[in-house]
Design a protein around this ligand. Sequence first.
Ligand SMILES: [Zn+2]
Length: 378
Amino acid sequence: MSLDNTRYPDYSFNMKLTLQIQLLPDTGTAQKLKATIEWFNEAANWLAQKAFERKLSNKFALQKLYYSKLRNLFGLSAQMAIRCIAQAVEAYKRDKSVQPSFRPTAAVPYDQRLYSFKGIDRVSLLTLEGRVLVPMIMGDYQREQFGYAKGQADLVLRKDGKWFLLVCVDIPDGTPIPVTDFIGVDLGTANLAVTDDGETFSGNTVENIRQKMSNLRKSLQQKASKLARQGKRPKNVRRKLSLRSGKESRFRRNTNHIISKRIVEKAKDTGKAIALENLDGIRKNQKKRFRKPQRAKLSGWSFFQLRTFIEYKAKRAGIHVEPVDPKYTSQACAECGHCEKSNRQTQASFLCKVCGHKDHADRNAARNIRAKALCQQA
Ligand SMILES: [Zn+2]
């Protein structure tokens, strides 16, 4: 990840999923469905040939020329003919050097005029012989997301003869996602954040820039006091000084936005909740955990802001944040559980005195944070 981004344009997200719903048509219905997809693909092949021969990639031009032929030759309904034209045109546009071809049982796009759910256990599908009602089965997880199912679907006949409807699901912001696992996040200073899978958000880039800004500020301050001693008014210098400090805090804020966004997106992508050390513990441990130069950094480089950003972005995305007691998270071995101060050799490296487990200290801590959260949940 890059800290060079100076903007964080949009950190709201909608999650798109595909629900795979199994259909259980009886033999007669299955025959109707099969005939429908076979004729649909036959029609798409026929149309793709016309598009290819006449070099036509315009949907409306093709529609004008072939719509009624499609309906008469292949018996497609009005809406199916429209979908068929779109299907052929899209395939031709992808690669105009070859004539597109469709397998006889290739998936057929169903839009909302072609299918509709009847409750949670049946779906009505349009076939060449009119609408059929087909029983369907969903798992618990699918049932939870089902309320958001809408728009485009694909009717699929698998090689093993099973029928599926793949439905697009658009899950809005703030929908609670059931907790099954956590991303453990260790917040620190050298590394601003490390997750239990080892993704590291280094503070180096940020720290260098902070140092530069701080040096600049010092020299400006010296200039100001020199002017003051000479009895001059350091007006310009003062303005420059306040501009500097504004820049620094904006930079810090921006970095925290980028990191927190990434962590929350990661939780969202993996369907996990987030585990963080609780705030009390961090404050209490602050003096113990960090040597003096790092404590100095802490005051300038508040990770409380990062923590707050993670919390509010997670809340907005409906992701649970589990606070855990930070006791021993940096000293315990994430492999065998052995806890000893000297396990942590330096700020950066961890080596278990019992099992020899070796890891980056922050990653080891992040794994402990995840384990604690899992324990609390159980
Ligand atoms: Zn160990």
